[in-house]
Each structure stands twice: as C-alpha cells, then as structure tokens.
Design a protein around this ligand. Structure first.
Ligand code: GAL
Length: 1000
C-alpha cells in the first residue's frame, strides 16, 4: 500500500519520467498514464458538477487566510467564525516554506508557526481547508516562500533539478498535513500542488513523500490554459482549477475599472479542457495588494468594493462554479520582514475582513448575501449548467444589459448585468424568461425593473422554496429555510428598486408588517409587487410561508443584518456545513459567531458595537427562548412567532498610553560608525565564488545570502589604508540593491558620507560620495547600512528572479584598486542559524540593537540615556528607543489597536528621510518609511500586545539625512470597541531578552 501510494502520488505530482525514475531508483520503462487515479478514500468525492463530502454535495466556498500573517493562534477562531458567518464552507491557506526551513535541513513548525492550532480552529468553526503548501507560493512573500539559502543553489527553480531541495520541507510538512486530513478526523479536504504551475517544465513537487495524503489534489492554473487537466499526457491533478483576477491590481482610482475584463469564455474552456471535474476558481479576486507609495488599502477596498463583488461573483456563479476561493478574505500583516519588495507591512488586501479583524466594510456584508444565495440553492445550484453564454439584449428588453442563464432541472437562474460591466448607468428593463407556466414577462404588475450602475442580479424561475414553487422572482434570494411547521424566505433588493415575485398555486397572502406591497392572485400564481424601501415588509403566504422583503442596506433592519447560522450536526460532520441540517436565521448587528440549542434556548454568541435588537426569524420548534452572549434568555415573541430580545451594549472605559508621556530609553544602534568599534567577530566577506547566476563584479562576493544573511538590514564594514591618492574631491562610489523602496547610508569612520533615501519605484541605486581628507597610512573603516525589502518572487516558472542579490553590487574608491578594500558583513545574528526561534528566521535584521536582541521584552535599558523619538533631532544615524506601558482592556471587549504615525508624514511632500521599525514584544510589526508611505497606521493584534499587563515596545529610527529626524507623532489608537462573546485570546509566546553569547 505504501509503495502504491507513493507511486500514484509521484505520478500525480507531475514529475517528469526522469524524476519519477530517480525517485523509484530505476529507469523508466513505460509511460505511466496518469488519468484519474483510483479513489484513495471515499469521504471527499467529486463529479463534473461539484465535490461531495460524506456523500452530500457541497459548494467549497472558501476564503483565503494565511496563518503566517497572523502570529496569534488564539485569534484564528475569530477569523474563521467571521468567515463561517459569511456562509462560506471553507478556507484556503498557504504555508510559507521560508519561515519553516530558514536553515537548510532544519524544519521547524512550532509556536506561532505551528499549523495544528489553525486546523483545530477550523474544525471548531466548521470550515473545511484547502492546503496550499507550495513549496512555491508567490503570495507577495519574500522569495515567494523560498528560503534565502535557496539563492545559493545553481539549479533553475521549479524545474526537476531543483526538486531535491524541497524534499525535507515536503516530507515534514506533508506529515503534518496528512494527520489533519478529513480521513483522520481533521478539516483538510483538498491539497493544491505548487502554485500557478502553468508550464511543462515538470518541476512540480508537493509534500507527499510517504506522508499518506489521500485527499484530492488540485492545481491553480494561472488562467484557464488547461495545464495538468485529467487525461493530460504530462500528468494530471484530480480536480483542475485556475485563478482569476479580472480587475488586475491597480487600485489608484477607486472608480476606474478596467474595460472588457470580465471573463466570458471560461465555461466553454472548462468544458473543453476538464469536463469531468467541477468548475473551480482556486483564487478569485477579493481585493488587491498595494505597493510602496501606493494609494493605501482604504482605496483598494473602495475599488474592489461591494459593487465589484456583485458583478464579478455573480458572473462566477453563472459559470456553474462549485469550488471558489476568495483571495484574500483576511489578509493580515507582513510582520517580521516576510513580504517581498512589492508590498509594505500591511497585507490588508482591501479584503472583506480588514487587517484589524473588523468587518465594517460593506463588501463583507455583500459577500454574505452572495454566498448565502448559492448555499440556500443547494444541489439545484450545484448541478446547474449554463445553457448559453451571456448575450447582450437576449431575454431582456435592452442590449445595454446581458443576461446569462443557468438551468438545473426546471429551475432557471438568470444573471443580469450591464453589457459593459463598468457602466454606471441606471437602466430600465423587462425580462422575458421561460417558466413552467410558459414564457413570462417580468414584471407583470409594474412597467420595468431597474439595474443601477455597477450591479448584477440573479433572477430565478421555478425555484423550490421547501415545497413551494416560486414561479419567479426579480428580487434576489438571501436565503430560505424550512422548519417543522413553517418556512422562511428572505428576498432583497437595492434602494428604490421595484421588484416582483410570484408563487405558483398560492392564492392568498397577507401583509404582516410594512406596507406598499401589491398582492394579486392570478390564474396560476400569487404575485407580489413592491417598491423597495427601508424598513422590512413581511408577507404570509398561505399558512406556512413567511416572506421577508428587505432593502439591501440602509437601516439596521435590512438584509445586511441577517445571518444564517448552522446548528451543529451529528458526528462526523459536527460544526462543518451540513446541507441537510437545520440552520437558524437571525437578525442582529454587528456579527453573530455561533448558534447552538441548549435545552429549549437558542444560545447565540456574537459581537455588538451598539445596543441591538436580536430577532430570530427562523428556528426549530424545540426553541422557546433566545440568549445572546449568555444574557437572557428572552422568550418574547411577536404576533407571527419571531423570537426576540435586546442585546445591550455598554461602553467600556479604555485608557491607552500617551507615548509622548512615557519614559523612553535610547541607544545608538550604529556603533559601527564610531572610531573604537571592533568588528573582529564579523563574518569576512571573502567568497571569491558564488553560485548566484547574477555574477558579482567585486573582488569578493558582497551578496548577503552568500553569507547566510537573508532578511532586513545588512551592514558592511570596508577596511582600507589611505594612500594619499584619495584627495581632491576623491569619492567612494557604491551601488546597492535592496528591492523597491530600499535605502542605504554610508559612513567613513564617524563621518556621514550620504544616503540613498529610497523611491517606491527604484530597486537599485548608485551613490558617488565625496571623501573627507585622508592621511596616507591612515586605517579607514567604511560602514554601509542597506535596508533590504525581501527577495523577489520566483514566478514565472523557470525564472531565477528570486536570486536577485541583496547588498553591495559594486563600488569604487578614488586612488585605489577595489582589491585594496577588504569587507566584512553582517545581517541578523547567526544568519541562517538565527537566534530567535520563537519569532522565526526573518523577523530580525542586522541592526546593532537587533543583533543584541534589544527589540525583545525587558531589554537591559537601565543604563541607557533617556530620550524620546519625538523630541531629538540627531544627525544621520540609527537610534533605538524602547519603552513599556500597561494595558488593561476589560474582558469581554474586542478592541483592535493600531500604532499610528503622523498622518501627514507619509505625504510625498514629507522632507524628513527616515525609516522606523516598530517592535512589539520583539515581533517586528511595522516598517514605516516617512518619505515614501503610504502606510502610517500599523495594526498590532491582541496576543502580540498583552491586553492585561505590561507591554514592551521598541522603535528603530534610521535617519538618512545629516539634518537628522524625529518621529513627528506616534499614537496608540483603537479602531473599534466591540463587546464580544469571543473567548479570551491567549498570548503568543513572548520570551524576554537574555544576553546573547557572541553578539556584536
Ligand atoms: C496569484 C498568486 C498568489 C498571489 C496573487 C496576487 O497569481 O497565485 O500567490 O500572488 O496572485 O495577490
């Protein structure tokens, strides 16, 4: 079994025959046909429509979350519950190899890097997982997830020859993932191989080595190019999928959407390329990354907003999509130098859940409406196929609109949008669609429907609401549920729209709440026609069906405030989505996490930021009361049985430190520029050979990674003896590479020579700096401090861009041959044998204070001078400040905190050239570049911050100009005050400072 498992896995891993042969220790003698492998388990299955889990069809509706971008395992559940509350069924996650094998051959995944807490939280929330372990992940991470030591390999990345370097990672991470598969009681149901491997170079590897991974493999083709589809001669995955970012990544102007970018031929391509697998979009746009100098994530969220979701996600549904993953759903933070140079500290991504974990963005609520519709439509949606592509003007009275039909049995879904999806017009239309009662023109009781601007609507026909046939509806379905003696259907529309729905065979309906609904019995149905206004309308049809007509969004009693919460199922499904189990429908603001039935009480757990009415509009008859966060229960019912109570918000008293009032201690973090500095313990930069494909032109290699320094600041010491020929405006000219927005500064002994202060668009720069007068025979020390911004990524396949070196590329010294200068180098203490195993291989760089661990809690700052980062204007140099303060945030409140620098400082007009790194309990949680921006506000999660006790923070201040710099302002601000039913957040490990042997 083990051997056949390995064989099958190897075949499916799309290794070339040569690689297979090598792995099996024999020559290839036959072509192995890798067409669909025998099932290795029977829990997760699939056909051309969808996946099934435990025999039930399931829409794998997923949000992308990266555990490594939130180093607080105690908060995973919070993120997952917010995703589950959207109606999603899954989460996809990358694993960042660079963080787990920072030293070649030593794999470690513990503490904040452990994956098990992520798996446990997913099971608790009830979300299935798609594991994406790379080894290459891209993901805007340093090196795309490749560890720095991989720069020293000769082989071309992602080709067969390189695969051997992935073995250690693959076998270790494979074993961890295997244990957490659904077959072993865990949440993982899918595994993606490599990332966007859209080429034939066959260097794909994945973590299976004897690990026993039996769940389906899938890929994420960069576009629907048909790589590695079932039956493909070069090998195949089980479920073929591809990525889609229709809007691209330019969010500079929120109202500007790229023209003609909405995919129109995806389904046709799928039917040609992979007709036996479900239509799967493995990465579907959820926002955008943002670069140094960019517009900021507020703008990106406003650009890829709720309108983009409406238009793009509904366009996905009409393709019959049954596996989808929104990239990102919670972006998190590029803490500790984990990002690549194209991005800054925040990886908020403008996603539905903001970096500070709040869900205030309207796009969160819209995502909930979208997901709930397909969930409520169940197998009917999951077995639906497009009958034709969207055609402008077909089935609709104007060719300004396009209608795409999807059919499943007798049910029809009609997605309407503007033909030009960027159109901001308001367009009136009538829809003509086939139904079981013949072709019907909608609306019947008024003249037109309206599509307002960047919107898209899914109209339905012959839609089964738990046994009642809704003949048609122009209003959109949020959800419906059938309980023992009644059914609830929730329809919504945009403000000011007119909608119409008709129920076959029904003959009577009455208004229970609200007004302005025309109810008209006809020969075959009961028609409802209404103008959408704020304030809901509730209609009872017959004895059993309660129809809620809501406005999408204006007041709190609108569609955005309704939640559909799964009730736990019997084992083995438990908290995961069970399409045949009951769910409750509740109106509440701001968030509901979970619902369970305890005795006869429906126990709701949630978050509020204001006193809010809780209304349970759909629940099983066993329930007679409702409680919220343990308050209650209330047994109050309205006239038709809606159960309600009031959740009272009490504002807490929160006191936050005022940084200007604290005692700060400072130490010079550039002792290298002092005459007495001793660098004898430094590494000699004396390599005369390098495997790096970018040949060095200096006498010895000065590439950081050639000496094991792969992260953050690099410091060089150049020694030469003056010969008297440097004079007469002699220069030291130096060229460095650090990636976009990098900078460097140069000193000769204690004389500052100059800096490159950085530019958002420049990744290498040369400076020619004037030397001071030197005396022949004088021993001279040059110090060059380079800020590196992470490694380049390694896409596309076969690219060696990730090997782009970091550090000094070339130099020249007046009156000298380059060989006259001997160099020493340092980065983080220990290089790849990094000291701080808790915070990982990338967190600390080569600043003196970092090498000595002074960024950690409780540094030996007693003897340091007292000084604040705000009030001193030193010259060029690096100063390192520490302070501490207490926090005492009351239990039961979620109060996200951010460190906010002076807002205007990130303007292009800022004149002070300085860079700060912010450390909280040793975790580097911010890299602020005053003269580049755009990030000035740095959220730091609870768990890194201690909310009930002492907090140690540190700030490095690197002034790149001789004028010096002071931090204009730094404040700790709360971005929300939420009364929360969430459990106490466990602190992430925070080992304190101890003297570091051999630190220099
Ligand atoms: C995709 C890639 C992801 C991420 C995304 C952009 O092409 O697979 O890892 O980089 O682009 O955010």
């Amino acid at each position: 079994m083990a051997f056949s498992r390995l064989l099958i896995a190897l075949v499916l891993s799309i290794l070339s025959l040569q690689v297979v042969a090598r792995a099996l220790g024999r020559q290839p003698h036959e072509l192995i046909k890798p067409y669909k492998r025998a099932a290795l388990q029977d829990i997760v299955t699939w056909d051309q429509y969808s996946m099934s889990v435990h025999g039930k069809r399931i829409f794998f509706y997923s949000g992308e979350v990266h555990p490594f971008r939130l180093p607080v395992p105690g908060l995973y559940l919070d993120i997952f519950q917010k995703i589950k509350a959207l109606g999603y069924t899954g989460v996809s996650f990358y694993i960042d190899w660079a963080l787990l094998e920072g030293q070649q051959g030593t794999f470690t995944a513990e503490g904040v890097f452990a994956l098990e807490p992520f798996f446990d939280a997913a099971s608790q929330a009830g979300l299935y997982l798609l594991a994406r372990p790379g080894p290459y992940i891209n993901a805007e991470t340093s090196g795309g997830g490749f560890p720095g030591w991989l720069q020293r390999t000769e082989e071309i990345y992602r080709t067969p020859a390189y695969v051997k370097y992935t073995d250690n990672y693959a076998s270790n991470v494979g074993a961890i993932l295997a244990k957490a598969q659904i077959t072993n009681g865990g949440p993982i149901i899918l595994l993606q191989i490599e990332n966007e491997y859209s080429d034939a170079l066959n260097g794909i590897t994945f973590p299976n080595k004897n690990a026993g991974i039996v769940i389906p493999f899938l890929n994420n083709d960069i576009a629907p190019e048909g790589w590695f589809t079932p039956g493909n001669i070069t090998g195949s995955v089980d479920i073929y999928g591809h990525d889609d970012y229709p809007m691209g990544f330019n969010c500079m102007v929120p109202s500007t959407w790229p023209v003609n970018s909405l995919p129109s031929n995806f389904r046709e391509l799928h039917d040609l390329e992979s007709p036996t697998t479900p239509f799967a979009i493995i990465e579907n746009q959820g926002g955008s990354s943002d670069a140094w100098g960019g517009p900021g994530y507020g703008t990106c969220a406003a650009w890829f907003n709720e309108e983009a979701e409406r238009v793009i996600y509904k366009n996905d549904f009409i393709l019959g999509t049954a596996i989808i993953n929104m990239y990102m759903t919670y972006g998190g933070t590029n803490w500790g130098n984990l990002g690549f140079p194209g991005i800054y500290t925040s990886y908020d991504y403008g996603a539905v859940i903001a970096e500070d974990r709040t869900i205030f963005r309207e796009k969160y609520s819209e995502a909930k409406l979208d997901a709930n519709f397909v969930m409520a439509s169940g197998d009917v949606y999951l077995t639906a196929v497009p009958t034709e592509s969207a055609v402008n003007g077909t089935m609709v009275s104007t060719d300004s609109l396009a209608v795409a039909p999807l059919k499943s049995g007798s049910t029809g879904f009609y997605v309407v949008r503007h033909s030009d999806y960027t159109s901001q017009e308001s367009t009136k239309y009538r829809l003509t669609v086939p139904t079981s009662q013949g072709n019907i023109d909608i609306p019947q009781l008024s003249s037109t429907l309206t599509l307002n601007g960047r919107d898209s609507k899914i109209h339905v026909t012959d839609y089964n609401v738990g046994g009642t046939n809704m003949l048609y509806s122009s209003a959109e379905i949020f959800t419906w549920k059938a309980y023992d003696s009644y059914k609830v259907l929730i329809l919504y529309g945009g403000p000011g729209e007119t909608h119409e729905a008709a129920f076959a065979t029904a003959s009577n309906g009455k208004i229970l709440e609200g007004s302005g609904v025309t109810i008209k019995p006809t020969s075959g149905s009961l028609q409802l026609n209404w103008a959408v206004t704020s304030g809901r309308k509730v209609i009872q049809i017959g004895t059993e069906l309660f129809v809620y007509l809501l406005e999408r969004y204006t007041n709190r009693d609108d569609a955005y405030n309704y939640w559909v919460l799964d009730l736990p199922s019997p084992s083995p499904v438990n908290n995961f989505h069970d399409p045949s189990n009951t769910a409750v429908i509740v109106q509440a603001d701001y968030l509901l996490h979970t619902a369970t039935i305890q005795g006869s009480t429906l126990a709701l757990i949630g978050d509020i930021n204001a006193t809010t009415a809780i209304e349970v509009v759909g629940y099983p008859s066993s329930v007679t009361g409702v409680s919220f966060n343990q308050f209650g229960p209330s047994t109050a019912k309205n006239s038709w049985g809606v159960l309600g109570g009031l959740a009272t918000y009490t504002a807490p008293t929160i006191s936050l430190p005022v940084f200007t009032d604290l005692v700060w201690k400072v130490i010079d973090s550039l002792p290298e520029a002092r005459p007495d500095y001793d660098d004898s313990n430094w590494v000699n930069a004396d390599h005369t050979k390098s495997t790096n494909p970018f040949p060095f032109v200096t006498p010895t290699s000065l590439y950081g990674s050639d000496y094991g320094f792969n992260t953050g600041n690099l410091v060089y010491r150049g020694h030469f003896t003056a010969n008297g020929n440097e004079d007469n405006a002699g220069t030291f000219s130096v060229s460095c590479t650090g990636g976009l927005a990098f900078g460097f500064s140069v000193w000769l002994d204690d004389t500052f020579l100059g800096s490159w202060a950085g530019d958002a668009l420049i990744e290498s720069n040369q400076q020619t700096l004037t030397l001071p007068a030197l005396t022949a025979g004088q021993k001279v020390n040059l110090t060059v401090l380079v800020d590196t911004m992470g490694f380049e990524e390694a896409a596309p396949i076969g690219s060696n861009a990730m090997k782009t070196p970091r550090g000094i590329m070339n130099y020249g010294l007046s009156g000298h041959a380059n060989t006259d200068v001997t160099w020493k180098i340092t980065g983080n203490l220990g290089g790849e044998e990094y000291v701080d195993k808790t915070r990982g291989p990338l967190n600390e760089g080569g600043l003196y204070a970092e090498r000595n661990g002074y960024h950690l809690p409780n540094p030996p700052s007693g003897p340091w001078e007292e000084s604040k980062p705000f009030d001193s204007l030193f010259g060029a140099g690096v100063y390192f400040y520490t302070t501490s303060f207490d926090l005492n945030i009351p239990a039961g409140y979620d109060v996200p905190l951010s460190f906010e620098f002076e807002r205007t400082a990130a303007d292009a007009s800022a004149t002070q050239n300085y860079r700060c790194q912010l450390y909280v309990h040793g975790y580097q949680f911010g890299k602020f570049i005053n003269n580049i921006g755009p990030q000035y506000s740095f959220p730091v999660p609870e768990g890194v911050l201690n909310y009930s006790g002492v907090n140690y923070i540190a700030l490095s201040l690197w002034s790149l100009s001789s004028a010096g710099s002071a931090v204009e302002s730094l404040q700790l601000i709360s971005t929300a005050t939420i009364q929360s039913g969430f459990e106490t957040v466990a602190l992430s490990p925070q080992p304190t400072w101890i003297a570091r042997p051999g630190a220099y």
